[in-house]
Design a protein around this ligand. Structure first.
Ligand SMILES: [Zn+2]
Length: 573
């Protein structure tokens, strides 16, 4: 026994003696007779879609055995919104309001329930957005790069994916007669939104021209078409995001950017096809959205940019005028709240992830702050008595929040405080070479100080998009006179990469409303679906109609898409 171990052991013994509380039994995982047994398997070989579904159901049920009753469900997904991202964004937001910052709370940090979410995929330790959002939407973990299909599919192989399509929470809601909506700041066909409404073994097949002929011949249809052709229930009621040209034929020109043609080569005008639905409308800028009579609109398609929508800090410069994420959330809820049966809405802050990939903490944090505004809008427009709101991320990033900055130090600034655990100083803290450094840094990415083929050695700035680097000849750059709080500054990274990577660490979940009490402890990401499935009445009932429920009415058996598409399974308004 090492001396360290002895010391730790005695400290904990002392703690338990001082503590008046009796030693608590491990949290009751088996309350009552209704425990959902999960087969013991060998990992990872024994994992199957059925096992994931049952294991997720068991975990969510153990967290909240007494069913709650949510009429509406809103899932807020901050793409790549790691825990350091939340901590740094709350400080930036607080400092903008004139405070020290650390004590500030983002809207969702006031929610009563929290958990940690474990994000690995069936084949990757550090995941991507496609497999993770599929897990959150379907209750089963799956592979990286695939959307709405389970782990039996091979990425990029259409034939292998036939019959592996999952059933998503949005599809279940639509089948149950609820209103449904998808809102994002990325292309509406990007991984996270696509996982709510579509099924393909390749996340990059967003438009017909990206689907290889052989795969198209096997029956795989691009995400833009799947969105417009979504045929469950009454269809999708609200779809807001970017990616406009993926819906336009190549002989059409974009209304916002002259000379920018549609991307489709199949000749289809998907916007015109959308408009054939009864009560449908289409808008492509903020002014048109504001002019819409949302109280009477039924199917609203808003495609506000040809590619991803603008970052929030660049939005005022958009030629056509784009709505913010919170404005889109407000508009979406106004449409969806008309349905007396309730609704399911997914809102993605999609460009948090892109700011991080660009090694630019300013954009990632600024997007996170707007994401929190959108959550606040939804919180204010709904009641915790009937609406479950989940706020989470799909995966982490490599942003590090480090050093010993003093209280109130600008979060995007250089560390002033201490270089160790010593008394604070007014001067910059310095590394062991004598150079100042920032509080926020990336483990890898484009902020590496060596020369890239686009920018010289030293501090880097957005936009950058490097493809190659040289070794840093001078070592770390001297940041003494570099404005690291500037919007375009790229934080230093240790490993040169054209794009910063995701992180494999856990992300946070915040929840309020009926069912939120199931959000606690360390949860596998796919269990979040089961929090929804067990506590949103219409979705649970729909799953039971598909034969997914056990004797206690808990969905434990993976439903199939064939079951969902059988007309008898669908509620008719
Ligand atoms: Zn990403």
């Amino acid at each position: 026994m090492s001396p360290t171990f002895v010391r730790v052991a005695s400290a904990s013994l002392l703690l338990s003696l001082l503590c008046a509380c009796a030693p608590t039994a491990p949290r009751a995982l088996n309350r009552g007779a209704a425990t959902i047994e999960v087969p013991v398997i060998h990992h990872p070989d024994g994992e199957t879609p059925d096992w994931w579904f049952r294991a997720g159901a068991s975990a969510a049920h153990a967290n909240l055995p007494q069913r709650a009753h949510a009429k509406n469900v809103i899932v807020f997904l901050g793409d790549g919104m790691s825990i350091p991202t939340i901590a740094a964004a709350r400080i930036l937001d607080g400092q903008r309001k004139g405070g020290s910052g650390e004590e500030n709370r983002l809207s969702f940090e006031n929610f009563p329930a929290t958990a940690l979410s474990r994000t690995y995929e069936t084949d990757f330790q550090t995941p991507d957005s496609a497999g993770t959002m599929t897990a959150i939407m379907s209750g089963m973990k799956t592979r990286a790069g695939v959307i709405g299909v389970d782990q039996r599919a091979t990425r990029g192989d259409c034939a292998s994916s036939r019959g592996t399509e999952v059933v998503s929470a949005l599809e279940l809601a639509a089948a149950a007669g609820l209103a449904t909506g998808v809102v994002t700041t990325t292309r509406i066909t990007h991984a996270t939104p696509a996982a709510t409404y579509a099924h393909l073994p390749e996340r990059n097949w967003e438009v017909d021209t990206e689907v290889p002929a052989k795969e198209a011949a096997s029956g795989c249809v691009d995400f833009a078409r799947q969105l417009v052709e979504f045929g469950i229930g009454n269809g999708i009621d609200v779809a807001f995001g970017g990616g406009r040209t993926e819906f336009m034929p190549a002989d059409q020109h974009d209304p916002e950017y002259a000379g920018f043609p549609g991307k489709r080569l199949d000749g289809r005008d998907l916007i015109a096809e959308w408009l054939k639905k009864p009560g449908a409308s289409y808008v492509w800028n903020a002014q048109q959205l504001n002019a819409l009579d949302l109280g009477h609109a039924d199917h609203v398609l808003g495609l506000f940019e040809v590619e991803h929508m603008k970052y929030e800090n660049e939005r005022p410069k958009d030629p056509g005028g784009e709505p913010s994420l919170s404005e889109m959330t407000r508009a979406a809820l106004t449409v969806l709240q008309k349905n007396p049966r309730g609704y399911f809405l997914m809102v993605e802050g999609g460009r948090i992830d892109h700011g991080h990939h660009a090694g630019n903490a300013f954009r990632a944090l600024n997007e996170t702050i707007e994401f929190a505004h959108a959550v606040e809008v939804a919180n204010a427009m709904t009641s915790a008595d009937d609406t479950l709101i989940l706020v989470t991320a799909d995966h982490s990033h490599t942003l590090a929040f480090v050093g010993y900055p003093a209280r109130g130090n600008p979060i995007l600034g250089k560390v002033r405080g201490s270089s160790g655990e010593g008394a604070p100083s007014k001067d910059f803290s310095r590394d062991a070479i004598g150079l100042p450094y920032t509080t926020l840094q990336y483990a890898n990415g484009p902020g590496y100080p060596g020369a890239s083929e686009r920018q010289p050695e030293g501090a880097k700035h957005y936009p950058h998009d490097p493809t190659g680097y040289q070794r840093a000849e001078q070592g770390r750059p001297n940041l003494e006179h570099v404005d690291t709080e500037a919007e375009d500054y790229e934080q230093e990274s240790m490993i040169p990469l054209g794009a910063e990577t995701h992180g494999g660490d856990d992300v946070a979940v915040f929840a309020r409303g009926p069912g939120s009490a199931a959000v606690h402890g360390s949860m596998e990401e796919n269990a979040l679906f089961h929090v929804i499935a067990q506590n949103a009445d219409a979705i649970r009932t729909q799953l039971c109609k598909l034969g997914a429920c056990d004797a206690n009415g808990v969905p434990v058996t993976r439903p199939t898409r064939e079951q969902l598409l059988q007309p008898a399974a669908r509620a008719r308004p």
